[in-house]
Write a protein that binds this ligand. Structure first.
Ligand SMILES: Nc1ncnc2c1ncn2[C@@H]1O[C@H](COP(=O)(O)OP(=O)(O)OP(=O)(O)O)[C@@H](O)[C@H]1O
Length: 621
């Protein structure tokens, strides 16, 4: 089983499409696996198969009945006194033909309906399984795979697998019966004429299969182009403010136009292929039909064959033509299911990088003492470690402040506590329990992380605050908002806590969004609370009020405050100055000031904001 580790295919590439390429050799096992998934619905499959066989059997009866009707009609014209009997025979055949056609219609409808149903059940199960997997895959996976690719995977690839039963497996039965039994009937009636009637079959089958394979190849490229297109659109919509602020609409339009042009050219190529193929197949079919008419007509003239038999040959050919053409679609369905299935199963089979160890127990929080013990960490895919030998301890009621230059590893410390990533060396404990050995769910319930980028769901403010505890009472939700200094603002809104915040909370200001996400974390009352630059967009006065309100809240837990603004963390019991992934200074605010090191320099810079450095000239940009 592949793991999420960086050595896996998805680690190497930003596009999940490459996972399928790596798995292409396993096409057959993929198809078997899809077929097994279909068989999880044995009743639906049985009904479909039985009705398919009956429908194709009935379809094969039609040319014979038609031939008989032609002969009977011909007999009627020359019957003389026996006309009454010939007429009743013709009526009988006509009624039989009607009954057979109606039954064939019913059974065709049944196998279409149930065949589709099998595919839809399969797609439903896959959709849920993929979504569930995506919830559990670690950040190292999501860091590397574009969300647009995953959305396409969930739409196009699931559809490819869904159609496999109806357009692939079922067609094997349908076409096998029609072509196999149909050919036998033609050849056993008249070998020579049968061979002529079937002469178009190998050519059309070959032509249709190769064209479909070429179409499939272009479809794969088209899919990649569509992914590129959706990525451009995704980024454009996500960064719409940047686009507008830089007046870059034309640049964005050009980018989209280039991607669309590529897709359009490919679509044209596919149309050319399809149209050219249809024309060639039609031509070969009509050549065969002409040959049958010529030879068959001569036989009828010579009295070696009845008009009815010739008519049934021609009807057989018309009936056979469609399934033979569909052989290509069947081949395409197999190829498509194998590609799409490989991609989906590659995702589903990924071993989780972050998961519960067998027999893991829930984290038991007593005081919530958090301890980093010589922690090293390297991001999957990176060669250089981001954290080296980080050690510190924080007890209940204590606040640890973390400060340092951008990219020094502060947020990484925050990400290791809820196990967004696992440490590469050393260990992290809460109340002496190694966090990698306890149940993930219990750990994440005990650790609250308020991120700088506060994502909000498109729902009411109330639901957003209660996200971690949907059963939270109204009063608790309000208390959390009060702590986060947001309550007064919310009650001033026309619909108060029921106000729906727009997509990604755009109707709130940056500071309001941050306060809302603080409230959302507070409601969980976690044992360890991490604020990762979560007050950067909040003014100093409001931040001070939040800190004041949270004093009692903080006395019951461990708090970690990551900030560039020293005023946010100078009250902390212990301040860690991080540089290049290492703690280079530690102590209280006063101790660090007295030390006169990096912290002191930063402090001086922040209280004396005028920069003495020589200004850069404009040309330097
Ligand atoms: N998901 C990731 N994959 C690979 N490298 C990463 C990832 N996230 C961060 N890094 C790298 O790790 C280093 C530390 O990043 P981190 O976000 O912890 O820094 P930081 O001190 O919080 O920075 P800032 O103050 O700008 O938020 C940076 O060099 C960054 O490029």
């Amino acid at each position: 089983m592949k793991t999420e580790a960086v050595s896996s295919a998805e680690g190497r590439s930003n596009s999940f499409a490459h996972v399928a390429e790596a798995q292409w050799g396993q096409g057959l096992s993929t198809l078997v696996r899809i077929a097994r998934m279909n068989l999880r619905h044995p009743w639906l499959v049985t009904i479909t198969l039985v009705s398919t066989v009956i429908a194709s059997g009935l379809q094969l009866l039609i040319p014979q009945l038609l031939g008989r009707a032609v002969d009977e009609a011909h007999g009627l014209a020359t019957a003389g006194t026996a006309g009454q009997a010939a007429e009743s025979a013709l009526w009988m055949t006509a009624i039989l033909l009607l009954v057979v056609s109606v039954l064939r219609g019913i059974f065709t409808m049944t196998h279409n309906y149930f065949g589709e149903a099998v595919g839809h059940h399969c797609a439903y199960e896959l959709r849920l399984a993929c979504y569930e997997k995506l919830q559990r895959l670690s950040f190292s996976f999501h860091d590397r795979v574009h969300s647009g690719d995953l959305i396409m995977l969930g739409i196009i690839d699931i559809d490819g697998v869904r159609m496999f039963f109806a357009t692939g497996l079922l067609r094997v039965v349908l076409l096998g019966t029609l072509i196999g039994v149909g050919s036998y009937m033609l050849l056993s009636t008249d070998l020579m004429l049968g061979l002529l009637a079937l002469s178009f079959v190998p050519f059309v089958a070959w032509r249709s299969s190769t064209t479909q394979l070429r179409l499939r190849h272009t479809w794969l490229i088209l899919q990649e182009k569509m992914q590129a297109l959706s990525r451009v659109m995704d980024e454009n919509l996500g960064g719409i403010r940047v686009v507008r602020a830089f007046a870059a609409q034309q640049h964005e339009l050009d980018k989209y136009d280039r991607a669309s042009q590529d897709a359009l050219e490919l679509a044209h190529k596919r149309v050319d292929l399809r149209v050219g193929n249809t024309a060639t197949m039609n031509f070969s079919f009509f050549v065969s039909m002409g040959l049958v008419l010529g030879f068959g007509g001569a036989k009828v003239m010579a009295g070696d064959m009845s008009v009815g038999t010739l008519a049934s040959f021609l009807t057989f050919m018309t009936i056979l033509q469609m399934p033979v053409r569909q052989l290509g679609l069947m081949v395409n369905s197999f190829a498509r299911a194998s590609t799409c299935g490989s991609r989906l199963f590659a995702l589903l089979d990924l071993d989780l990088a972050i998961k519960d160890e067998p027999g893991a127990q829930d984290l038991v929080v007593r005081d919530g003492t958090l301890r980093f013990d010589n922690v090293d960490f390297t991001y999957p895919g990176n060669t250089e470690p981001t954290l080296r030998g980080v050690s510190f301890e924080a007890r209940k009621g204590e606040t640890v402040g973390i400060v340092g230059p951008p990219g020094s590893g502060k947020s990484t410390i925050a990400h290791l506590i809820p196990r967004f990533y696992d440490v590469s060396g050393g260990k992290i404990t809460i109340d002496g329990q190694d966090i990698s050995k306890v149940r993930l769910q219990s750990l994440r319930k005990s650790v609250g992380v308020v991120q700088q980028d506060s994502f909000l769901f498109t729902t009411s403010i109330e639901n957003n605050i209660a996200y971690g505890d949907p059963w939270a009472k109204e009063r608790r939700i309000e208390r959390a908002a009060e702590f986060a200094q947001l309550h007064n603002y919310i009650v001033g809104l026309p619909t108060g806590y029921n106000t729906v915040v727009g997509e990604r909370g755009v109707s709130l200001s940056g500071g309001q969004r941050q306060r809302l996400s603080i409230a959302r974390s507070l409601i969980l009352k976690p044992a360890v609370m991490v604020f990762d630059d979560s007050t950067a967009a909040i003014d100093a006065g409001t931040e001070q009020r939040i800190r004041g309100a949270m004093k009692r809240f903080a006395s019951d837990r461990v708090s970690l405050i990551i900030s560039h603004r020293l005023s946010s963390l100078m009250h902390a019991d212990q301040i860690l100055f991080i540089e290049n992934g290492q703690i280079v200074e530690r102590g209280t605010h006063e101790e660090l000031l007295a030390k006169g090191g990096r912290y002191r320099a930063l402090y001086d810079l922040q209280v004396r904001p005028e920069d003495d450095a020589a200004p850069l000239s404009e040309e330097a940009i």
